[in-house]
Design a protein around this ligand. Structure first.
Ligand code: HDD
Length: 694
């Protein structure tokens, strides 16, 4: 049999070193054992006689089962569920005025990156759309070594000191006796922890906001959270806060929709990222920096070393300094997304840490956790973790060593290897830690500058639109309503919510059936709202990569459907025709329209907008179909854009919906309707129609 080679190795010269060990697509190849011996049969084990015992000498059976038995590695203790993609980062102009980091100097240079997005609480098989913080971890493979920016989609964190991280995570994770509930914070232990830990107040506002149910990984902001340092070539340090600004804007789901998607398509975010990249639509963010003089660390009414605080953009603007493009899906999920090991301690010359106690604890944790998760100290040699910068040192041996070290000297200083590898001076690119002046007594305690837990929680709340505030109130009522212990519910209301805003406390208390106590009096400072914290206003309407369903049954009007579909696709949307069954759907005006989904196998919640095609016969079928009525009803309930062409409006009527109003587009002229539909979809949601609660 001729053996043809069909390599699918991704083309990226800069990553060649990383991809060493890449196994080609096996098309045309013979099956072999791990030792390279060709295998004659993999379907039957070796036996003594047709009905006889299996022979231990069957080396292929033994190897195949042994490998299978050990396929799993421990999942991440947090952020176990995730998805990732490759791409590159490019700076807009040299940032030499702030930092000597090589990858931030040359606007013509692309630095390869790998990004992993994740939820925090759930295990590896949990659903994507749960209410949770999202991880946003970026590995820059720079020529000076790897820089990992391991952030979240929220700019603050639950706690101020990393020593509390195990407590926070234990409280968040399922109950140790029952392993219930999975991937959610709506339970007693989390809210018990919150009620006893007032520093969580600001982050709790974020997690109860729409930010914790993003529409897509591609539509989330990202934040480095801590204050870092940038060091320029003269050794001058500036404080910096890192931001990622999505070019598609920041958008969320609605809570009911998120819960439904968790059942209907648990891989929703993973699929969304994969499909967008696969269809040639890269995911893009601008890197933003807030630059602050060292001397100003305490100037803004809080301590920049405190990760429960943010620096409002209205006070120190976010400078957009470069763009990250994710345009290549992983070739193998396990080898890349699962084995990638981010370490917040991975920095390059020109970037340094601060004394944020949360950051300092993380510096230990990330390096340490990989030992268990990736089975030993050689995880940096896994292809996805390998730097493109050359590695020379005296580290060797240990489980899973890949490198075959050449040379005779494995210590430093040495003369028998001519002293190599030699340390580099800063001028030769050697990493020089910032020479911060430090003096103080050994203390176990918090700085007084970390004591105000409520001012920024209130600022966040005051910065939300009325709709966002209503969502936040509902989210709190939902979560606390799931707590079985009344004393926990009451303590959150009294100690946390009353301190943030008595009106919020009263609204939630009413919903969860507890009395409101007296305000604890928190000495909150006046703080102006920060409009940048709201995502309700769509600043730059776009429909690119939005998913639109067109409902059509036999007898629909094919030409007008095709026209609207073409207009939506021209705007970059992805359109799927949904019918009563898959396959060709006969049109009234001749021809057929291909339905790629049926009402049985796709729900409305995975679409951003819905259109009903024209055609009397088609609409008669749909109007008599419960699933079709529910499809449009749910779309309406979730404030999505709805369009009905000609007779299509009768499906809206059959579903008991109005045929006009915010985000409802009806009409008989397909071209005109398509234009208005595009504008409506660009608005993301039409909150004016959100159902009112008593
Ligand atoms: Fe963490 C994973 C982000 C605080 C300890 N963290 C992890 C990931 C992200 C973050 C995005 C997933 C990386 C990936 O995709 O592999 N973590 C944060 C942020 C924090 C934070 C933004 C606060 C600002 N984390 C934090 C603290 C500790 C840890 C305070 C411990 C002291 N985090 C870990 C960890 C993980 C991790 C246990 C689990 C898997 C891993 O590191 O590689 O070490």
């Amino acid at each position: 049999m001729p053996v043809s080679r069909k390599p699918v190795r991704p083309k990226s010269d800069a990553k060649e070193a990383q991809l060493e060990g890449f196994r080609e697509d096996p098309t045309g190849q013979f099956l072999t054992t791990d030792q390279g011996v060709r295998v004659a049969s993999t379907d039957d084990s070796l036996r003594a006689g047709d009905r006889g015992p299996t022979l231990l000498e069957d080396f292929h059976l033994r190897e195949k089962i042994m490998r299978f038995d050990h396929e799993r590695i421990p999942e991440r203790v947090v952020h176990a569920r995730g998805a990732g993609a490759h791409g590159h980062f490019q700076v807009y102009e040299s940032l030499a005025r702030y930092t000597s980091a090589g990858f931030l100097q040359d606007p013509t240079k692309q630095t390869p990156v790998f990004v992993r997005f994740s939820t925090v609480v759930g295990s590896r098989g949990s659903a994507d759309t749960v209410r949770d913080v999202r991880g946003f971890a970026v590995k820059f493979y720079t020529e000076q070594g790897n820089f990992d920016l391991v952030g979240n989609n929220m700019p603050v964190f639950f706690i101020q000191d990393g020593i509390k991280f195990p407590d926070l995570v234990h409280a968040l994770k399922p109950n140790p006796r029952k392993e219930i509930p999975q991937a959610q914070s709506a339970h007693d232990s989390f809210w018990d922890f919150v009620s006893l830990t007032p520093e969580t107040a600001h982050m709790v506002m974020w997690v109860m906001s729409d930010r914790s149910i993003p529409r897509s990984y591609r539509m989330m902001e990202g934040f480095g959270v801590h204050t870092f340092r940038l060091i320029d070539a003269e050794g001058v340090a500036r404080l910096v806060k890192f931001h990622w600004k999505p070019l598609l804007g920041a958008h969320s789901l609605v809570w009911e929709e998120a819960q439904q998607i968790a059942g209907k398509d648990p891989d929703y975010h993973r699929r969304d990222l994969w499909e967008a990249i696969e269809s040639g639509n890269p995911a893009e963010w601008e890197l933003g920096m807030q630059i602050i003089a060292e001397a100003d660390a305490l100037k803004y009414g809080f301590d920049l070393l405190d990760s429960t605080k943010l620096l409002p953009e209205e006070i120190v603007p976010v400078e957009r300094v470069g763009k990250m493009t994710l345009n290549r899906n992983p070739v193998n999920f396990f080898a890349e997304v699962e084995q990638v090991a981010f370490c917040i301690g991975n920095v390059v010359p020109g970037i340094d840490f601060t004394n944020d106690p949360l950051l300092q604890a993380r510096l230990f944790s990330y390096l340490d956790t990989q030992l268990t998760r990736l089975g030993g100290p050689n995880f940096a040699e896994l292809p996805i973790n390998r730097p493109i910068a050359p590695v020379h040192n005296h580290q060797h041996d240990g489980f899973g060593r890949h490198t075959i070290n050449a040379g005779t000297a494995n210590y430093s200083p040495n003369s028998i290897g001519d002293g190599f590898p030699k340390p580099a001076t800063p001028a030769q690119g050697g990493y020089a830690h910032y020479a911060e002046r430090v003096a103080g007594h050994v203390v176990r305690g918090r700085s007084p500058s970390f004591q105000d837990h409520f001012t920024q929680a209130r600022m966040f709340l005051d910065s939300q639109s009325p709709v966002e505030r209503a969502h936040l109130t509902d989210a709190l009522s939902f979560e606390l309503g799931k707590c079985e212990r009344e004393e926990v519910r009451k303590r959150v209301v009294d100690v946390i919510l009353m301190a943030i805003d008595p009106r919020l406390a009263a609204d939630v208390a009413k919903a969860i059936g507890v009395p409101v106590g007296k305000s604890p009096g928190t000495g909150m400072k006046a703080q102006k709202p920060s409009p940048a914290l709201s995502i309700a206003m769509v600043k730059d309407p776009k429909i690119v990569t939005r998913k639109i369903a067109i409902l059509a049954a036999p007898g629909h009007h094919g030409q007008s459907l095709a026209l609207v579909k073409a207009t939506l696709e021209k705007g970059g949307a992805s359109v799927e025709v949904v019918s009563t069954a898959l396959g060709d759907v006969p049109a009234a005006d001749g021809g057929v329209t291909r339905a790629v989904r049926s009402l049985l196998n796709t729900p409305s919640v995975v679409y951003d907008a819905i259109m009903v095609a024209d055609g009397d016969a088609s609409v008669a079928v749909l109007a008599a179909d419960d699933d079709a009525c529910r499809f449009v009803k749910e779309g309406f309930r979730h404030c999505k854009s709805l369009a009905a062409l000609g007779a299509g409006a009768r499906l809206l009527q059959a579903a008991g919906l109005p045929s006009e109003g915010a985000g409802i587009v009806t009409g008989t002229a397909a071209g005109e309707l398509a234009k208005r539909f595009v504008e409506a979809i660009g608005q993301h949601r039409h909150w004016a129609r959100e159902r009112k609660r008593s």
